[in-house]
Ligand binder design. Sequence first.
Ligand SMILES: NC(=O)c1ccc[n+]([C@@H]2O[C@H](COP(=O)([O-])OP(=O)(O)OC[C@H]3O[C@@H](n4cnc5c(N)ncnc54)[C@H](OP(=O)(O)O)[C@@H]3O)[C@@H](O)[C@H]2O)c1
Length: 290
Amino acid sequence: MTTFPASLPGGTWALGDLTVTRFGYGAMQLAGPGVMGPPADRDSALAVLREVADLGITHIDTSDAYGPRVTNQLIREALHPYPEALHIVTKVGATRDEQGGWPPARRPEDVRRAVHDNLEALGLEVLDLVNLRLGDASGPRPGSLAEPYEALAGLQRQGLIRHLGVSNATPEQVAEARTIAPIVCVQNMYNLAHRHDDELIDELAREGIAYVPFFPLGGFSPLQSSALSAVAARLEATPMSVALAWLLRRSPNILLIPGTSSVAHLRENAAGAGLPLSGEDLAELDKIGR
Ligand SMILES: NC(=O)c1ccc[n+]([C@@H]2O[C@H](COP(=O)([O-])OP(=O)(O)OC[C@H]3O[C@@H](n4cnc5c(N)ncnc54)[C@H](OP(=O)(O)O)[C@@H]3O)[C@@H](O)[C@H]2O)c1
């Protein structure tokens, strides 16, 4: 069944000249264990992606480092030729090693190669949005992003990339990027329990720039909080639904990319993000990460 994007909770947001549903989808969970190799059940992974499109979701987050290459190839197999309204957001700046680690790959030649790899794997001539991923697995790290970001801005001028963003970035790196070329989003870790970017979110909202929290449900360790469980029980909803609904209410520039390898969870999340939260619920939830 095809539904219209407007029926997804949160409505839409403009990433530059691209309109996306605020309820998006993060494809990382489609690769094998540790985000390495193929999924245990390829047909289920393809079914999740087809359901994403059928639900009217127009924002998919991916990276050629997932698998590596695995999620991009699944996206292409499931959805190419892509619906005109669908926008695939990818990221460059890290690669994979044989142990499943995520070593940085941020020399200009690395990011250029990664852009061409993403274009090829996804079967695209232009990438809608490329995030430069900074920092490491433990979070953002200070330091100039000029070299790799200037390389991406060069590819944007060549017409290979429509829009740019940064990921796993400090507020200083966000500011530095904006002196080189405009950004349309920041993708950092943020959820009910990890609120270190509160100020940055508000500042970006004032500037019309999207904030895309990764690990909205806690990532590899699901969100756990007695306050969250209490609100969920009162509303007869799951903690995941409450966590997603809270993010949509937190700020209009927040776009959701919850990850799942399950069609049932995808549907549950798309419905759950629309859960109405009262002032009392919000006040109780707001205390969790403060
Ligand atoms: N920029 C970066 O550095 C960076 C880093 C990490 C992630 N990301 C992006 O952010 C996206 C989201 O992050 P994430 O997928 O790692 O974490 P997440 O969305 O916080 O959580 C995903 C986990 O929650 C489970 N889940 C989802 N819906 C559920 C439901 N309704 N009921 C029970 N369990 C549920 C999933 O398991 P099931 O598969 O069983 O549903 C999966 O284990 C990724 O897909 C990726 O695109 C970016």
